[in-house]
Design a binder for this molecule. Structure first.
Ligand code: BMA
Length: 868
């Protein structure tokens, strides 16, 4: 029996004050916000005024009666799905403790609870003061992202501020709280492993851990409900502390990612275990599983060491982004919010999301949605960018307990593809080389202890960190092995063309910042007249020098505009273009490069950042562009000063007979060069299908003010298109197009917009004053003499006239212009010369060298793995 304790609670500042109304799950900030004791920290400069909250201790209290039916059980557990973080729990004067926000806490309160007036309090210590006190006792390396010393507390690192997150380290009961009543026994864990046989059949091994409270015999039965409705059953046999059984699935329906499947929803099997005693059901668990094999191929190959995911034996090019907490106050993230972000990932044709190590582990709902949708999940353990005191035995114990709990919670999910030890700790390690014990214990933990524990609990692949090379501090961020984070563009101010120099085996982080949608900016600047430097704008840019960098990249591609709002457009355009260029380059080199996960899918508050979707769910240009550059079957142009190579990119498992049309045209559509080819596109490969020098174009259009377009069609239907300008926007002299639009509104509220243009229209952006739902397409180019149709589902009833008046169409040719090439260059130079920028630029200038044989020969591990 489960007795729910969610809902109305009371809370107070522990040192003084009266109890006030609180809501659980929730936290001190959201409760204070509801009582109007603080102003919304996401708006204006309010974040600063809310800092006192984290410096206090907060006590939460609930007084309740326990029903007779609950008290009649053999064992009563008080369960907290999440406690954030260090706290003392008092149940009628019986004291318990918690110190880790990443797993469920469970306390035996059988003897502590009574029928009437139970008093339950939870007293949270200030995370800020605690981190400072712990730091005083045990020094930690300097933290670049907020308060130094926070690594002592097992809590999302980004709560203390990050280069995209505010500093709002909450305290509170941030998950469900309830009392579980059990008799005879309970199921502690349910695990299903699968063995795929050569004939295609699958043997499922199901096991349930059981806690037995008495001496009565317990029994268990297992069943599996198949997607076709059939049911398979087995009696459990005793083993260790539980039961197990094998169930054979003769003809499994396999789980795939979307591009490898013909289904929108993946087939899931429902596994059930029932525990009985005394002829009665005492406990049960149900979990959905998908049948598939997933592995990370790290074999030696012609380029070094592979880094490629294989699903059911089929190589997968990973296309996606990193997922960060969707709100600084995580209890405000509803299932609908998660749905929206998953929809955005699907909209952008992603097949993998990386759960980044400075937030939370993926929650059950998120995983369920990924299981259903066919999205692979890369799960970091929660360690990011800092030295963690893993040499302290109690601390390490807490981390390993956390790892065990998380592995057990997530391991049945078919979408879970990889465990990763941490985010960027290894690449930071050289900076704290003088703190030897951090170096040694980091290697111990991530290279030995954590993988050893993992191996005993799960058969998935593991990498020690992201980025990763071939051994501790060897080979990360290089091109012949491992996973990379390529921040030369943005942090190092390299030009976006730098990406094309990199033939990374897998890039799990790269990106460029942009401003969010203008409506989002307007929300946090609270009506103020803003520019790059106004206080609210500056406080909603957490990356040091970030707004300068947005300008730097913007002016590299466009003329300097006279309106600040044009910068919003430019920043999003440049972000989308840079990420696209990299993703397509790596897709063109598929096999050598095996994944492009950009930084970052989403935001935790309204801010300038690398996200593709802003905090309010508004899609930036990147989210739309990704729909095109991650499309499973499409075409890509590799352009250079000398000419073009056209590639077919095919991530499906199907071979296609297709037609390629390639043209270079003037802005009025006059064809300068045209080629047409019939091509056979091989399954699951990238292939060069055309090469063309620039000379033919130059003869006819000396200034190269023209565009190139490649269209790939299968059975007469367009399967993908790529368009590029021959010269960058600022030199392209884009014509001002006349765009015609016709609108239709259907009864179900779908607005259909058809656009056509007299001249080539670059970066056409649609925006509605009344509705934020995504358009079916946006931020596209319109070619002269063709029409483009897009739809948008309106969320309220509007007349056609209202919808039409609310719709704005903007193109790159509508941008304002001030100054000239010289002044723009000076502005860029002054940004470049900021010490933080030029240092980082010089530091990241060259492509890191490949792994050096001399080094390899010194290390046994590397020798075994890479040396021929
Ligand atoms: C990466 C991430 C984050 C950070 C991002 C942008 O390295 O792992 O730590 O927010 O860069 O700087």
């Amino acid at each position: 029996m489960k007795f729910n304790l969610n809902g109305k609670w009371e809370f107070k500042n522990s040192e003084d004050g009266e109890y006030m109304d609180a809501t659980v799950p929730g936290c001190n900030y959201t409760d204070l916000l509801a009582l109007k004791k603080i102003s919304d920290p996401f708006i204006g400069l309010n974040e600063k005024d809310a800092q006192w909250v984290a410096e206090k201790e907060w006590t939460y209290r609930k007084i309740f009666d326990a029903p007779e039916a609950l008290l009649s059980h053999d064992r009563l557990y008080l369960c907290f799905k999440r406690l954030d973080t260090v706290c003392e729990i008092n149940v009628n004067d019986k004291i318990f403790h918690a110190e880790n926000a990443f797993y469920e806490w469970r306390y035996d309160i059988t003897d502590a609870i009574k029928e009437k007036d139970n008093i339950l309090t939870v007293r949270f210590f200030s995370p800020v003061l605690l981190a400072a006190a712990a730091y005083a006792v045990c020094k930690t390396p300097l933290n670049n992202n907020g308060q130094t010393g926070i690594v002592h507390i097992r809590k999302p690192a980004c709560h203390f501020g990050w280069d995209w997150a505010p500093t709002l380290p909450l305290s509170g009961i941030t998950g469900d709280v309830y009392i579980e009543g059990h008799s005879y026994g309970r199921i502690t864990d349910f695990h299903i492993t699968q063995k795929h046989n050569y004939d295609g059949s699958v043997m499922l091994s199901l096991s349930a851990g059981v806690e037995n409270f008495g001496d009565k015999p317990l029994s268990a039965t297992f069943s599996v409900m198949c997607p076709d409705g059939s049911e398979l059953n087995a009696e459990g046999i005793n083993f260790d502390n539980g039961f197990k059984a094998d169930i054979f699935v003769l003809k499994p329906e396999l789980w795939w990612t979307r591009e490898l499947s013909d289904k929108d929803k993946q087939p899931l099997y429902e596994a059930i275990v029932s525990l009985s005693a005394d002829g009665k059901l005492q406990d049960g668990k149900i979990t959905k599983i998908g049948l598939r094999t997933i592995s990370l191929n790290r074999d030696k190959d012609e380029y070094g060491q592979n880094f490629s995911f294989e699903l059911n034996g089929v190589k997968v090019f990973a296309k996606g982004a990193s997922y960060v907490p969707a709100d600084s106050f995580m209890t405000r993230i509803s299932n609908a919010d998660v749905d929206k972000l998953i929809s955005a990932a699907l909209f952008s044709n992603m097949n993998m999301l990386r759960i980044w190590g400075g937030g939370y582990y993926a929650d059950d709902y998120f995983m369920d949605r990924c299981d259903e949708a066919g999205i692979l999940v890369w799960q970091d353990f929660m360690f990011a960018c800092q030295g963690y005191p893993l040499f302290l035995s109690e601390y390490k114990k807490s981390c390993l307990t956390e790892a065990e709990a998380v592995i057990k919670r997530l391991r049945n999910h078919p979408s879970l593809a990889l465990w990763c030890g941490n985010n960027e700790i290894e690449q930071m390690s050289p900076v704290w080389y003088y703190m030897k014990k951090y170096i040694v214990s980091t290697e111990d933990y991530f290279y030995f202890e954590l993988p050893k524990l993992l191996k005993s609990l799960d058969d998935r692949d593991y990498i020690a960190g992201s980025p990763v090379g071939v051994a501790y501090m060897y080979g990360f961020n290089r091109d012949n092995a491992g996973d990379t984070h390529l921040w030369q563009v943005w942090h190092g101010l390299q030009s976006p063309s730098y990406y094309r120099k990199r033939f990374t085996r897998f890039c799990s982080e790269y990106g460029l910042e942009s401003f969010p949608d203008e409506k989002t900016v307007a929300a946090y600047t609270d009506g103020e007249d803003y520019n790059f430097k106004t206080p609210a704008m500056a406080s909603h840019q957490k990356c040091r020098g970030g707004n300068g960098k947005i300008k730097y990249y913007g002016l590299g591609r466009f003329n300097r505009p006279s309106r600040f709002t044009d910068y919003v457009y430019i920043s999003q355009f440049c972000q989308a273009a840079a990420v696209k260029d990299a993703a397509e380059h790596w897709r063109r080199n598929k096999g050598r490069c095996n994944g492009a996960l950009y930084w970052q899918l989403n935001d935790c508050w309204p801010t300038a950042s690398w996200a593709g979707v802003d905090y309010y769910g508004r899609y930036k240009a990147l989210c739309y562009e990704a729909k095109r550059f991650f499309k499973p079957l499409t075409v890509s142009i590799e352009d250079s000063d000398g000419g073009f190579y056209v590639y077919a990119l095919n991530d499906t498992n199907i071979e296609y007979n297709a037609k390629l049309t390639f043209k270079v045209c003037n802005y009025d559509g006059k064809v300068l060069v045209e080629k047409e080819n019939d091509v056979t596109i091989k399954a699951n490969e990238s292939q060069k299908i055309l090469g063309l020098g620039m000379a033919a174009v130059r003869i006819q259009n000396r200034h190269l003010r023209a565009y190139a377009v490649a269209v790939l069609s299968v059975d007469g239907i367009e399967a993908g298109r790529a368009i590029c300008l021959i010269r960058k926007e600022k030199y392209a002299k884009l014509p001002k197009p006349e765009i015609d639009k016709t609108l239709e509104l259907s009864e179900d509220g779908t607005l259909t917009i058809t656009l056509s243009s007299d001249y080539f229209a670059r970066g056409v952006r649609l925006d509605s004053d009344v509705c934020d739902n995504p358009f079916s397409d946006n931020w596209f180019d319109i070619l002269p003499s063709e029409s483009v149709t897009v739809t948008q589902k309106l969320d309220k009833a509007y007349s056609l006239e209202e919808a039409e008046n609310a719709l704005h169409v903007f193109t790159a040719a509508d941008l304002t212009k001030k100054g000239n090439a010289f002044t723009d260059a000076l502005i860029r130079l002054s940004i470049y010369l900021k010490p933080v920028n030029w240092f980082s630029h010089l530091f990241t200038k060259g492509v890191p060298r490949n792994i050096n044989k001399r080094i390899i020969n010194n290390v046994e591990y590397i020798k075994e793995n890479l040396d021929e």
